[in-house]
Design a protein around this ligand. Structure first.
Ligand code: AFP
Length: 331
């Protein structure tokens, strides 16, 4: 895929996008989002970590970083001339940018996922989902592209337009240059990233977690969806889950701008993403802030989670006060 004669590290994001068989407007859109991330980095690195409503030392109204990140992205998308509608975690409804859909894209994004982690200097990220035309309430399988930017010790950008998953790093000249192409996930992992309160796990998820621990799988959980997924993607093995919980049947993570883009990237890398019963990418969003349980990562581990849930919660639902004793035979 890289240009002959050029080492792949000299290939910047725009050049790499041009090697994909995609529309110029989509190339422009993705490069505009990449440009916006540079302003977000600046606000994270230098911004006062106050919260919205307070004022900084100049008396200016302090914006929470996630609100600031949202404004940076919204402004960039608004001026891009290739966007029809946008939706973000910070918005209450879909915002129309252009009435005509032809040749344009609609974008759903989480501008700064895990923003509360900035105060304790942990990694955070921007997650973006891109559909062709005006409709954002589509199953994630219809996305034409997805990407995330990870603001960690290094700033990296991972994207896919349906032709593999590719990683870029921001260099000292503030250019995103290619680190690796066509990242692949193994079928089974040795990491697990279990979200949600363990004491609220349902019997199937509890049994699945016990199985992983008996298998000697290592726990890695930062509280940030983007770094936790990035670790699984780049190490090529592991499973992240934020499951349905007792009293929280839909879990915590949002389908439109967290789960669908990450599921698109992980499936492109040969992994899987499920809500415990069916692929995340096949879910039809019925509302813009809809949530779903998620099990995402190595294919075999995701399938095993579904098997535990089926055995413990579907085929033999737990009686009140009793735990199902049905064993799940798994390697
Ligand atoms: P915030 O964006 O509110 O910080 O939440 C981050 C997040 O949505 C996602 O990034 C994490 O995977 C998940 O929440 C962590 O949730 P818990 O704090 O309940 O573990």
């Amino acid at each position: 895929m890289s240009q002959p004669g050029k080492t792949k590290f000299q290939i910047d994001l725009r050049r790499h996008l041009r090697e994909q068989d995609i529309d110029d407007n989509l190339i422009h859109l993705i490069t505009e989002i990449a440009e916006a991330s540079k302003y977000i980095i600046n606000s994270i690195r230098t911004g006062d970590l106050g919260v919205a409503g307070t004022s900084n030392l100049y008396g200016e109204k302090q914006l929470a970083l996630d609100v600031l990140a949202d404004r940076i992205l919204r402004k960039r998308l608004d001026h891009s001339r290739v966007v029809a509608n946008i939706m973000s975690e910070e918005m209450d409804e879909i915002i129309p940018i252009s009435p005509d859909c032809a040749g344009k894209y609609s974008v759903a994004f989480d501008p700064l996922d895990g923003s509360s982690l900035v105060d304790v200097n942990l990694a955070v990220g921007t997650i973006v989902s891109i559909f062709e035309g005006c409709d954002l309430l589509q199953p994630g399988r219809n996305q034409v592209a997805a990407l995330y930017v990870l603001y960690g010790p290094r700033t990296t950008l991972i994207y896919s337009t349906g032709n593999g998953v590719h990683e870029f790093a921001l260099n000292t000249l503030m250019e995103y240059t290619l680190l690796q192409e066509n990242i692949k996930i193994e079928s089974k992992g040795n990491l697990y990233s279990p979200g949600g309160q363990r004491n609220l796990y349902t019997p199937g998820v509890e049994a699945f977690t016990n199985h992983l621990e008996e298998r000697g799988v290592k726990l890695r959980y930062s509280g940030g969806f983007v770094p936790d997924i990035n670790q699984i993607l780049l190490k090529g093995r592991g499973i992240f889950y934020y499951p349905h919980l007792q009293g929280l049947p839909q879990g915590k993570l949002r389908l439109l701008f967290e789960l669908s883009p990450m599921a698109y990237l992980i499936e492109q890398a040969g992994g899987a993403a499920s809500n415990g019963h069916q692929p995340i990418l096949d879910l039809q969003p019925d509302q813009i802030h809809g949530r779903a349980p998620v099990f995402i990562g190595c294919k075999e581990d995701v399938a095993l989670a579904e098997e535990f849930i089926r055995k413990y919660e579907v085929e033999s639902p737990p009686q009140v006060g009793k735990k199902s004793s049905k064993a799940v035979h798994s390697n």
